[in-house]
Design a binder for this molecule. Structure first.
Ligand code: ADP
Length: 449
């Protein structure tokens, strides 16, 4: 007897868990299918936070923000390529998504900033830890409180349709058995394809041999599954490389470190770019250096402000020193150049004006409180902005822009929202905003048909 659910969610990252919880809260019976043996997808690695403009938590901190600014800055960061309707819906629904989480005990009430934004609007946990682990454990707690079934080590291999509408799935479980599941609504929340070298290189040959920050499951199989029922795709060649990736471990060094006041320094001991520019531009600047890498440099004040810094120190790739001199020495850098760089940057902080590179945000405090730290970084493949086409109701559109009944999608598997470059903090916002919307609409569809 085949299993039967109102809604089946494919993928257990942020988008999938949010969709499952919301569908369950609308009285749907829900199954989550995850091909890996753990919950959390790539979301569990998310570092900096969740962007939203005009939230209660911003108001509590006296931060005056508006949706239009958030929209315009995301559009500019995306090189103007973002789908305007999706981006508008994203911006409009962001504060509600912050409250949706808070209502479920997942409060993101501390706020920082990311590259390309002019205002502190990146919401993160009160203890300033990385957002991913906090988010996934909170969502999982909510999944467990509800009657939501989860199948791990189970790969969706086929989407079944009847008269063009979704009618079920075929999955392969951990025993390699092929099972059929009946459902009228699926939510594809299978993430991006950054970990699929072949697929990345197909669209962007120059990214061959780049490391990736992503978990192994980011293979893009959800895109192929939806394409097999005629879904359209958009922006497939738009692949983001993140500027600050530790290369021996592929560990992403959070933008919160720069947002907390860190700078980037070349092997010559010099700053070379506005650290708070968007990811595409900062990455290009690092690749443009003769050595193709740089150091992210910060002091004790930055460390105290970011829990992730201690995690990096624990990983063993942070060079620390009691003085800037000693740090330069350990990095094999020209000491005079490095000292002059710090001194000059500290004057810019004092004046709140970066004469050299026009950094306008996160000139938080002078870098002068020991110990001093450096991490050697270079870019790595981080986010695939392209994916399947959807409308503003998270319904998957076919190659002719027609709705495929019963197919919903949310999260990194979807293309168009982030245009040519995703802003840091906009992926977590994306998965919660559109994950909850997909869950709600999928439940409604199942109950109506
Ligand atoms: P998002 O940020 O959009 O939520 P994530 O990368 O966090 O995306 O999560 C996507 C999840 O989907 C991952 O855990 C991944 O292993 C899972 N997944 C991808 N393809 C399949 C598939 N064919 N069947 C089941 N699970 C899948």
């Amino acid at each position: 007897e085949p299993a039967c659910y109102d809604v089946v969610v494919i993928g257990s990252g942020g988008a999938g868990l949010a969709a499952a919880i919301q569908a369950s809260d609308r009285d749907a019976s829900v199954l989550i299918v995850e091909k890996m043996s753990t919950i959390g997808g790539n979301t569990i690695k998310a570092s900096v936070g969740m962007n939203a403009a005009g939230t209660r938590f911003q108001k509590l901190k006296g931060i005056d923000d508006c949706k239009e600014k958030f929209y315009q800055e995301s559009l500019k960061g995306g090189k103007g390529m973002n789908n305007p309707e999706l981006l508008r819906s994203f911006v409009n629904n962001a504060p509600e998504a912050i409250e949706w989480l808070a209502d479920r005990g997942i409060e993101l009430n501390d706020i920082t900033i990311t590259g390309g934004m002019s205002i502190d609007r990146t919401h993160r946990p009160a203890d300033r830890s990385a957002v991913g682990g906090f988010l996934i454990s909170g969502l999982l707690r909510n999944v467990n409180q509800r009657d939501i079934d989860v199948m791990l080590d189970t790969d969706v291999t086929e989407i079944l349709t009847e008269n063009g509408a979704v009618s079920g799935l075929r999955v392969k479980n951990e025993e390699n058995e092929i099972l059929t599941i009946h459902t009228k609504s699926i939510v594809m929340a299978s993430g991006g394809f950054s970990a699929n070298q072949e697929m990345v290189v197909k669209y962007r040959p120059e990214l061959k041999d780049f490391v990736t920050t992503n978990h192994k499951g980011a293979t893009g199989s959800g895109i192929a599954l939806l394409q097999s029922i005629n879904a359209g795709t958009v922006d497939m060649g738009e692949i983001q490389i993140h500027p600050t990736v530790e290369q021996t471990t592929s560990y992403l060094i959070s933008e919160a470190i720069r947002g907390g006041g860190a700078i980037l320094v070349s092997q010559k001991g010099e700053r070379f770019f506005n650290e708070m520019e968007t990811r595409d531009k900062v990455s290009a600047a690092i690749i443009g250096l003769p050595e193709h890498y740089a150091y992210i440099v910060f002091d004790e004040q930055v460390r105290l402000n970011n829990k992730a810094a201690d995690e990096y120190i624990g990983k063993g790739f942070v060079v620390s020193a009691d003085s800037p001199r000693q740090l330069a020495d350990k990095l094999g850098m020209d000491m005079h150049a490095f000292l002059a760089t710090l001194e000059r940057y500290n004057v810019f902080v004092e004046k709140q004006h970066d004469e050299d590179f026009g950094r306008q945000t996160a000139l938080r405090h002078p870098i002068h409180e020991g110990p001093f730290y450096a991490i050697r970084i270079a870019p790595g493949v981080h986010h695939t902005m392209g994916g399947v086409t959807v409308n503003t109701n998270t319904e998957v559109l076919d190659v002719n822009k027609q709705v495929i009944p019963g197919a919903f999608a949310a999260g990194e598997v979807v293309g168009g929202i982030h245009g040519g470059n995703r802003i840091g903090g906009n992926a977590v916002a994306d998965i919660i905003i559109f994950g909850t919307m997909a869950g709600r609409n999928a439940a409604y569809h199942a109950q109506r048909s």
